[in-house]
Design a protein around this ligand. Sequence first.
Ligand code: DGJ
Length: 445
Amino acid sequence: MLKIRNGKIWRDTKGNVIHCHGGGFLKQGDFFYWFGENREQGRLVSCYRSLDLVSWEFCNDVVTSATHPELRSANCERPKVLYNEKTQTYVMWLHWENGVDYSAARCGVLISDRIDGSYEYLYSFRPLGHMSRDCTLFKDDDGAAYFISAANHNADLHIYRLSEDYREIAALEMVLWPGESREAPAVFKRGQYYFMVTSGCTGWHPNQVKYAYAESITGEWSPLINIGTPTGYDTQPTYVLPIVGVQQTTYLYVADRWDPSNYHNSRYVFLPFEFASDTALDLQWASELAVDLELGVVETTVNQSNLYRMRANLQYLAVDNFEGVAPVSFSRLNYANENQLWDLEYSNSNSFRIRHYLSGKYLTPRNLSNEPHSEIVLDEHKSHISQEWTVKPTGDGYVSILNSYSKLALTFGSDEEQKLLQMPFAKEGDAACDRQKIILARVYE
Ligand code: DGJ
């Protein structure tokens, strides 16, 4: 059986790289149709289809910058499509921006009488006057459809009921988790419960994925519950795809692995949700998936990596030039840059050396007498106890990394220090506190 290979480059049946980000699915007959963002040469939304979720045939660029003058220089994100029985049309909702920045905060609506036809642009607007950014659609068992979008500068998440033809907003039904800044919503229903999976709000950088559940989509929703790792296995949700088989239904978490340094290098990750009870969702990493569509069963394979990235304030610890005794620096996440990879070499269960993957050199404090602003470098020698570190969880997925010898905490440089490519370290909990809140993000491939 062909396998889904998470985080790898995916190509369509003609060998072209698949560009279908922030996407959603619609099943028609035996085909899964996949709609998503495509930022290549004037394209906006592309559609692919597959019988097995592994081989994807390119169908059409269903929305392009030539579709309508309002799309000429627009930025369209997170397109989702539903079929409306009443009008027998396919209706697409997406996040519409002016192509310059994210200030428009509007949704856009398009229709087509073919699933993979060229969609006709109807309009873009702010639903009932509210800002609207990351969004999704959900069609309930009774045919009612909902548009869910991040409102109020992304602080709140709104659930709107759509009109019967799915082309307009009928009502604002819910304002969820006000002030908690959730985005990237994806909704599904399993048994009696509705689930919503969301991410936090950190641009293109991955963060803690959370879910909530409710007995009615317009009823009371549970508080948000963490799922997966603090960076969601380096993903952001976009959709949940039910695989309905004769033996069971598996719910696939469909996510983007955005590359903040190069959008075009962004990848896809599909993971099967696990349920410990009717309302307890779990998400484990899998490198590969074998999906039995007939049975609805997904078998997973895990290739465990022992490499990590370390980040504080969305800055990743990196080494640009590792000649000699090399200074460490910070940069934004870049999956193509192996300079950001670190190996934790445990000497016992608590204590480890931090080894730079590419150079094999060790993270080493220097000028300890200049405490608390001694700098950190890479040293090729494995020597002194000052190269030993321990991790102390500080809550919410963050850790402090403490130097075993000096007891000082690894502290990411401030903006100014960053320019000097230096990394000081300081007493735990001192003024640099935020810069000591580190996420130790394991590499999941
Ligand atoms: C996160 C959103 O989920 C993406 O769709 C995109 O809007 C980026 N933010 C832009 O920073």
